[in-house]
Design a binder for this molecule. Structure first.
Ligand code: SF4
Length: 404
C-alpha cells in the first residue's frame, strides 16, 4: 500500500510515503514538489522511503523526517513557522501515538469501506532478511497504552476494526492484555500476526473472545530450508504447519496467507506446490508476492554483492519497472519466468472454479453468514485487482488513493 497523505496547513505541504513492502510511487513526491514549489510552499517527506533512503528523498523535498514523526513534529512546525526549517529531522523511537486521536470525522461521506483503521503496535523484533519493516524499526517493537486504545475505540462509531500492526502478537503478553480489554467493547477485528500464535492456547482463546475474525499470516514458504535462509523464526515449517492450521480453523479464524516467491531454493515446481498447499487448506485469501529487494534489507545487500539486482538496483525509480515484476535475477529461473509464474498462480487462485472450491470450508468460510459475505465480497474484489494492477507502471495513478 502506498499512503500519500497531504496536509495543506498553509505553511507546509506534507507527503507521507508509507509501506515500501508494496511499492514506492516514483513520481508522487516529484510532482507534488513541483506544484508546491510553484506556490512557494516547503515540502516535507516522511515515512518508510525517506527513512530507508534519506539522501535520495532529500533531493525531492525541503526537509525530511526519518522514523516515527510524533517526537519531532512539534519542533518541525515551530521551525517552519519561524522560516527556519532544517533539512532533516531524525525521530528517536518512542511510544506510538501518545494522546493523539485521529480526526475520523474527516472521512465521513467520502466512500471509505466501513472499517476503522487503528494501530496498537509498530515494528517487529524478528529479523526476516527480506523485510523492510524489520529494517525500518531496527528490530524493535513498541506498543501503545491499553487505556489509549480503549479511549480511541470508544470515541468512534465503527465496530469493525483493522489493526494495521506489522505483527500484533509480537509481544504476546502485551497482546493478551489488549485482547482482554477489547472483550467488553464487543468489536470485531482483523490484523496481521505470525503463525506461532497457534501455539499459545491462552492467546488464541483471548483473540477469539475479543472478536478476532482472522489475520494476515506470513507463511512465506513451505520449504524448511527456505524458511531457515530467510531467518523467519516464528515459522516452524519443519513440522508442516498442519497443527497450526487446524488450530486456526478450530477457532474459526479466516486466514489471509502471505507467500514470498523467488527465494534461491524456489524452483518452478515448488512455486506451484505452494499454490496447491494454499488451495488444499482453502485459505480465505492469499497473496503471492514476488520477493522485492527493499533497500536497507539484508536481502537487498546480498543481491547487490552477487550482482543480481535489475533496474540498476533502483527499481522504485526506474522508468522501465512495472508493478509485480521481479526486480532481481532468481537462482533457478529467469526474472521473467518468476514474474509470469507469480501472475499465473494469482490468476488460478482467483479463477471462479477455485474460488468456489475454497469457499466450501465449513469451519471458516462457511461458518457464519458474515464470514461467507467477507469471503465472497473480498475474493471478487481481489480478482479484479489481480488483473488491474499487473504490469502497472509507477507514478501514473491517482496519488491520493492508497491501495493494497
Ligand atoms: S515476522 Fe513479519 S514483520 Fe516481522 S520481520 Fe518477519 S516478515 Fe517482517
Amino acid at each position: 500500500m502506498i499512503d500519500v497523505k497531504h496536509s495543506t496547513m498553509t505553511i507546509i505541504e506534507l507527503i507521507w510515503l508509507q509501506s515500501p513492502r508494496k511499492h514506492l510511487q516514483q513520481d508522487a513526491p516529484m510532482n507534488f514538489q513541483h506544484s508546491s514549489a510553484q506556490k512557494n510552499i516547503p515540502v516535507i517527506l516522511g515515512g518508510f522511503h525517506p527513512t530507508l533512503l534519506p539522501e535520495e528523498a532529500l533531493q525531492h523535498a525541503d526537509a525530511i523526517v526519518t522514523g516515527d514523526a510524533e517526537s519531532v513534529w512539534q519542533n518541525l512546525l515551530n521551525d517552519a513557522e519561524a522560516g527556519m526549517l532544517k533539512r532533516r529531522y531524525d525521530a528517536a523511537p518512542s511510544q506510538p501515538q501518545q494522546i493523539i486521536l485521529p480526526r475520523r470525522d474527516l472521512f465521513s461521506g467520502k466512500g471509505y469501506l466501513p472499517i476503522s483503521l487503528m494501530q496498537f503496535s509498530r515494528g517487529c523484533m524478528n529479523e526476516c532478511t527480506f523485510c523492510a519493516i524489520s529494517s525500518f524499526f531496527n528490530q524493535t517493537h513498541r506498543t501503545r497504552l491499553i487505556s489509549e486504545m480503549v479511549r480511541e475505540i470508544k470515541s468512534q462509531n465503527l465496530k469493525m476494526i483493522f489493526f494495521v500492526d506489522d505483527n500484533i502478537t509480537m509481544n504476546k503478553e502485551a497482546a493478551k492484555e489488549l485482547f482482554r480489554a477489547l472483550i467488553p467493547l464487543k468489536i470485531q477485528w482483523v490484523s496481521q500476526a505470525s503463525i506461532d500464535i497457534a501455539c499459545d492456547t491462552e492467546l488464541m482463546d483471548l483473540m477469539a473472545a475479543s472478536g478476532c475474525l482472522g489475520n494476515v499470516i506470513g507463511f512465506e514458504s513451505i520449504n524448511p530450508q527456505t524458511i531457515r535462509e530467510m531467518n523467519k523464526t516464528p515459522n516452524r515449517v519443519s513440522e508442516g504447519y498442519e497443527t497450526e492450521i487446524s488450530t486456526l480453523k478450530r477457532y474459526g479464524l479466516q486466514v489471509w496467507a502471505a507467500f514470498t516467491l523467488g527465494h534461491d531454493t524456489d524452483s518452478k515446481e515448488s512455486l506451484y506446490d505452494l499454490y496447491e498447499f494454499a488451495l488444499r487448506h482453502k485459505f480465505t485469501f492469499a497473496a503471492y508476492n514476488v520477493l522485492m529487494p527493499y533497500p536497507g534489507t539484508p536481502f537487498y545487500e546480498k543481491l547487490k554483492q552477487e550482482h543480481r539486482l535489475l533496474y540498476d538496483g533502483t527499481w522504485w525509480n526506474h522508468p522501465e519497472y512495472h508493478f509485480n515484476h521481479a526486480a532481481f535475477k532468481p537462482a533457478q529461473m529467469s526474472s521473467n519466468e518468476l514474474t509470469d509464474i507469480a501472475f499465473d498462480i494469482r490468476k488460478k487462485w482467483s479463477s471462479p472454479s477455485t474460488v468456489i472450491k475454497r469457499s466450501l470450508d465449513l469451519k471458516t468460510n462457511m461458518k457464519t453468514l458474515q464470514k461467507m459475505m467477507i469471503f465472497w465480497k473480498y475474493n471478487l474484489l481481489f480478482r479484479r485487482e489481480t488483473f488491474k494492477k499487473q504490469d502497472m507502471k509507477f507514478g501514473y495513478g491517482d496519488i491520493g488513493s492508497g491501495s493494497s
